[in-house]
Design a protein around this ligand. Structure first.
Ligand code: ADP
Length: 236
């Protein structure tokens, strides 16, 4: 019990350190950009001025995303948390979410290969949480990639259920670490080999959304080769 508790304490400390850094950086950047805008010479030059305004708006969006994730996570921990189900077209959600990664993918010379093969893509689900779930899986597939990410996204129909698979050709996860990836705050220790930002809550959130929808999650991974996440959701 003590060992478990101290591991949790360590993970929490690391989470708070990361979080502080992640929030301080955009605030400092926004502060600098504001200072620059106060400068008269900048104010007279439209292209420099709009550059600083863009910086402020980008950094602001980054903080919004961050806070959204934290709030969502806190809500999920609340036992009274309810999901809002309605008919959702999973294929539409996948296409929409995948599109939002276009710029990031282009900048890494990566691509999504999308094969939406399920016959009936309509599920009775919470659209927001399903969107966030897909966002998290695609975000990880890109974040933990090597040079140019090739990510295969597919769906297939089974008896009364639909399975979404996201397969990447990224850094992979060892058997030992794979056991822990759905735990809150867990991040695979990297020894600072790569500098990928994160808080270790994305996959914990994914697994909670899946369980709230009475679904199943499976993962296969090989270190240095890549990972596949399979989410199976009941249609009704
Ligand atoms: P994070 O915010 O750190 O990305 P997640 O909960 O989304 O947190 O993931 C937990 C850990 O699992 C990550 O820190 C990473 O080490 C590992 N991981 C998740 N997805 C992948 C993936 N597609 N490829 C390799 N490692 C992954």
């Amino acid at each position: 019990t003590i060992l478990k508790q101290s591991t949790i304490d360590m993970m929490k400390t690391e989470f708070i350190n990361n979080m502080t850094h992640e929030i301080k950086t955009p605030i400092a950047t926004i502060g600098l950009a504001c200072e620059m805008l106060k400068d008269n010479t900048v104010d007279n030059n439209e292209s420099i001025r709009s550059n600083f305004v863009n910086i402020i708006s980008d950094e602001n969006r980054r903080m919004q995303m961050l806070i959204e994730t934290i709030l969502q996570n806190a809500k999920m921990s609340n036992k009274n948390f309810a999901i809002n189900r309605k008919d959702v077209n999973l294929h539409e959600v996948i296409n929409k979410t995948a599109n939002s990664f276009k710029l990031t993918l282009d900048s890494k010379a990566g691509e999504f290969q999308i094969h939406l093969e399920a016959q009936s893509p309509i599920i009775f689900a919470d659209e927001l949480h399903i969107t966030n779930l897909i966002y998290n899986l695609l975000d990880n597939a890109i974040k933990y990639s090597k040079e140019s990410p090739k990510i295969d996204i597919r769906t297939r129909s089974d008896n009364n259920s639909i399975t979404l698979s996201v397969k990447d050709n990224g850094i992979g996860i060892s058997k030992e670490n794979l056991k822990h990836i759905f735990e809150k705050f867990y991040r695979v220790p990297t020894g600072n080999v790569h500098n990928v930002k994160g808080f270790g809550i994305g996959l914990n959130y994914v697994s909670q959304v899946v369980s709230l929808h009475n679904g199943k999650i499976a993962v296969e991974s090989e270190l240095g080769v890549g990972s596949s996440f399979h989410i199976t959701l009941p249609l009704t």
